[in-house]
Design a protein around this ligand. Structure first.
Ligand SMILES: NC(=O)c1ccc[n+]([C@@H]2O[C@H](COP(=O)([O-])OP(=O)(O)OC[C@H]3O[C@@H](n4cnc5c(N)ncnc54)[C@H](O)[C@@H]3O)[C@@H](O)[C@H]2O)c1
Length: 426
């Protein structure tokens, strides 16, 4: 039985770690301490999980006290992104293993400090990259490992985040680069990590353009130029196309999975005491981009052409991976409940360079993020699946590579020049 403490009692911490530890893995794992900067989070957590009533809670300054008092074996880091590095490094200084949510960190400096701390420690960092575990993503990895497409030469990846999910990042702490590193780190860390893992190459240089096209004070659909509004109390929300997408003038509909909890906010039940997660998407404090195009070069020659847009009518991605012997293609339409039209089943098409095309109908499994979350949890709490013949859990070096690529992207946008990715670590 391993003893876990949670640093950052976030929505993600509750849904991904606390709930599953209590419900599914209780004979292997035990939660012995909770830490957060906001005491309201302990109330929210204990309302949802009364089993944790006796588990002690700690403030940010009490990390060392928590480790000593609880005799923790593993530190789970799942708070806002800018808080990850401090807890990871401090856990490593106690020679403890760390499970951290993505992104591992928000800057290259933080990545360097984590890698140095891990080198000095008996502890080990695991970054919980759940996207790797989605059945389609594992199948792509397996097809590449089988040598179907030979040596990977180029990748086209276009990721689309819909108006609902995309807007959520601009309502919350994520909208400040100091909290999230910007979306080329906060969100694209998933995408860059997938590519790095699929092709097993190291990113070395990036050039990018980026813009804030939809959100922020100059967003074309801003109903009123005025800072400081919140969706729950906004007087012009009926003129806001983003808010009204699911509502009509007499019926306010807040889709459930909105990452914001706006439904309960409206009843005066803010789950945070220090801020509201329904701030206006047109505020001028927003200092990140909502659109990027980037080119990334890899150490063994692969070239990635990547784009991401956070205000698209539907969610999903298009992917093609080319190699010296063939090509893989797939297209995902995510969150079908929010897509107002029929969508095809996601399959993988394999085109050998010379020969007949094959289509793979991949077996899906239940659970969050396309069935990825529960498999990741099994690997974490029960140990890596011995039947899987390849590495899938990510360590700190892989965690750093996707953060470095994201930093190279936004700094390239600012400076108009290519960025040498691995040199960011020096
Ligand atoms: N892998 C995925 O698919 C996935 C999905 C969602 C979120 N996440 C990640 O999970 C983490 C949490 O995201 P969320 O949206 O659930 O967050 P959230 O907004 O629900 O919670 C953030 C928490 O961090 C706490 N916090 C802020 N400053 C702190 C500090 N200095 N010390 C300790 N706690 C502090 C806040 O009080 C809050 O409890 C993020 O790193 C995010 O990137 C991952």
């Amino acid at each position: 039985m391993k003893r876990y403490v949670i640093c950052g009692v976030s929505n993600r911490a509750m849904g991904m770690f606390i709930g599953p530890i209590l419900k599914t893995f209780s004979s292997h794992a035990e939660i012995v301490g909770l830490l957060d900067a906001d005491p309201r989070r302990f109330e929210v957590c204990r309302e949802q999980y009364p089993e944790l009533k006796e588990v002690p809670s700690y403030t940010e300054e009490q990390f060392d006290k928590m480790i000593l008092e609880t005799k923790a074996d593993v530190v789970i880091v799942a708070g806002a992104d800018h808080t990850h590095e401090a807890y990871i490094v401090r856990a490593l200084e106690h020679d403890l293993d760390v499970l951290t949510e993505k992104p591992m960190a928000t800057t290259s400096d933080e990545c360097r400090r984590i890698l140095e701390a891990e080198a000095r420690s008996k502890g080990k960092v695991t970054v919980t990259f759940n996207y790797r575990y989605m059945p389609i993503h594992r199948k792509l990895k397996e097809l590449i490992l089988e040598g179907r497409i030979g040596r990977v030469t180029s990748i086209d990846l276009n990721w689309y985040i819909d108006t609902f999910h995309g807007a959520s990042y601009f309502k919350r702490w994520n909208r400040k680069r100091s909290n999230s590193g910007g979306l080329s780190i906060h969100k694209s860390t998933h995408h860059f990590d997938l590519v790095n893992w699929w092709i097993d190459q190291t990113p070395i240089e990036a050039f990018a353009y980026g813009a804030l096209h939809y959100y922020g004070p100059d967003g074309e659909l801003n109903p009123k130029k005025e800072d400081g509004r919140h969706c729950g109390t906004c007087e012009v929300k009926s003129d806001c196309a983003y808010f009204m997408r699911w509502s009509s003038r007499s019926r306010e509909v807040v889709p459930k999975d909105d990452h914001v909890g706006a439904a309960t906010l409206g009843q005066g039940k803010n789950p945070y005491s220090n801020y509201r997660p329904d701030a206006c998407i047109f505020d001028s404090e927003i200092d990140i981009e909502d659109t990027y195009t980037a080119t990334v070069k890899y150490d063994r020659g692969a070239l990635l052409s990547y784009s991401v847009n956070f205000s698209v009518p539907y969610e999903g991605y298009r992917l093609a991976i080319n190699g010296t012997k063939g090509r893989l293609e797939t297209q995902e339409y995510h969150a079908p409940s929010r897509v107002p039209f029929p969508v095809p089943e996601q399959t993988i098409d394999y085109f050998p360079l010379f020969g007949s095309k094959e289509t793979f109908h991949v077996v899906f499994n239940e659970g969050g993020h396309g069935g990825g979350d529960p498999l990741l949890l099994e690997d974490i709490f029960l140990g890596p699946d011995p039947g899987r013949p390849y590495e899938i859990l990510s360590g700190a070096r892989a965690g750093a590579n996707s953060v470095l690529t994201g930093e190279a992207v936004w700094t390239s946008v600012k400076n108009g020049a290519p960025v040498r990715i691995q040199e960011l670590l020096r």
